[in-house]
Design a protein around this ligand. Structure first.
Ligand SMILES: [Zn+2]
Length: 157
């Protein structure tokens, strides 16, 4: 889950207005009960919908845990706009979060790949079980034929 605007190398500061730094980027966020709802005291309105901004906590990359105001709508309707409430993290924290999220992303990809492999193995397992069942049925038919022939031979003799 990489955030397009969270890279410490790509942040574009568009405007400083005294309340916070406004960036025309989109941030991923996670639900945080201690910081949620609408920020009615803000003089900002989201540029795409002219709505009172929502309180968000960033998730992903260098800004993880940083509070901001953003569009109150959810993706894909959300407009790309952020007002930071907290200052940027110290560089070593930002780098640590970047590293952690890169590792997390790698883990998710490995997990996804393993789930796919697991599904393939399940399909192969089902196919093998079907073959086994068909072979058992064939053996049963052959056994019945053999018994039938033995009975016929016994009756003839
Ligand atoms: Zn909006």
């Amino acid at each position: 889950m990489a955030s397009s605007g969270s890279s410490i190398f790509s942040s574009v500061v568009a405007e400083v207005d005294g309340v916070g730094i406004v960036e025309h980027v989109s941030e991923f966020y996670f639900p945080d009960e201690s910081y949620c709802g609408l920020e009615h005291s803000s003089k900002h309105r989201c540029p795409g919908h002219d709505r009172v901004p929502a309180r968000r906590v960033a998730w992903g990359g260098a800004n993880t845990g940083r509070r901001f105001f953003g569009c109150p709508l959810d993706l894909p309707d959300e407009c790309h706009w952020v007002v930071w409430v907290d200052p940027p993290p110290p560089l070593h924290d930002a780098l640590a979060f970047e590293y952690l999220h890169a590792e997390l992303e790698q883990s998710w990809m490995r997990s996804h790949k393993m789930q796919k492999q697991n599904m393939e193995l399940l399909k192969k397992n089902l196919a093998l079980k079907k073959k086994l069942r068909e072979r058992d049925e064939m053996l049963l038919v052959l056994a019945l034929l053999f018994v039938g022939m033995c009975v016929v031979v016994f009756l003839v003799l």
